[in-house]
Ligand binder design. Structure first.
Ligand SMILES: [Zn+2]
Length: 106
């Protein structure tokens, strides 16, 4: 079965987290495919916001329903270099941290 084809048909149900437009016209690109787990890169057609989603397709079900799990921080797993956006996110997260360093690293 073609995961991208399934996603393409379901994409219209999802909205871009950045611009709020429908993802019906988004670009879909398979990044990795392993057993029932796929990582798919979704690029919004409206704002070009690209993010990775993890898709799990149960092989035994005839009518496959992908479980779409939008990951906020997939870069580490894929070995993609940290972008300036990631650094900014980390800074903002650290800035809002109320505990000491030890509790942060735990
Ligand atoms: Zn968008």
């Amino acid at each position: 079965m073609d995961v991208l084809d399934i996603l393409r048909r379901q994409a219209g149900r999802f909205q871009c987290p950045r611009c709020g437009q429908s993802l019906a016209d988004c670009q879909l690109e398979m990044v990795t495919h392993h057993d029932e787990q796929s990582l798919v890169k979704v690029t919004c057609a409206h704002c070009q916001d690209a993010r990775l989603i993890a898709v799990a397709v149960a092989a035994e079900t005839e009518t496959a329903t992908p479980v779409i799990d939008v990951r906020d921080e997939p870069t580490e797993e894929l070995g993609v270099p940290i972008s300036p956006d990631d650094v900014l996110d980390a800074r903002l997260a650290l800035g809002g941290h109320a505990g000491d360093l030890k509790s942060l690293l735990r």
